[in-house]
Design a protein around this ligand. Sequence first.
Ligand code: IMP
Ligand code: MG
Length: 190
Amino acid sequence: MAKRTNKATAGRAKKSGERVRILISRGRLQKRITEMAGQIRKDFPDEPLHLVGVLKGAVFFLTDLGKQITGDVSFDFIAVSSYGAGTHTSGQVRLTRDLDSSIEGKTVIVVEDILDTGMTLQYLLRVFEQRKPKRLRVAVLLDKPERRLAPVQADYVGFTIPNEFVVGYGLDYAERYRNMPDVGVLSLAE
Ligand code: IMP
Ligand code: MG
């Protein structure tokens, strides 16, 4: 039987039994991110914006979003770990890398890859609120509202998606697939 090539994962590390189906193409990602950048700047026309990316999943989103926001923009990064490497987070969040600089008095946009249970964002918002930013907003590329446990929501959402495990464009499964330029649904069926 001829070997079928999968467009989503062509040339990428993929283990047997894993399949990826493209959910959001690179073109749709860029188009929506440009819209989000315009909306963010429209909401804060005259303010320096401080983007805080949550490592590692949000790196591509932050860099693409940041390039599309006009005017004064600075970046910082924070890293959290939510104990466990599978397709489900355990709900226990821990800070593994803190910001380089103070956010006091700044207009901060937290940039996150995906809002799932909301535990990570709830934790981060508590941490950031204590540091007295002028304003605190949240931009997420993807939102899976069906899975929400913590009462948090994002101010800017790229795409609302169904309850499926997604990879690509920064999102990983056990650290793999982050480099896929599109977002795809991963299935582990044999
Ligand atoms: P939450 O704390 O459950 O909202 O999950 C947030 C984090 O879990 C995200 O920043 C991702 O790192 C990870 N995550 C949640 N859903 C997915 C997914 O579908 N694919 C890859 N990572 C995910
Ligand atoms: Mg992750």
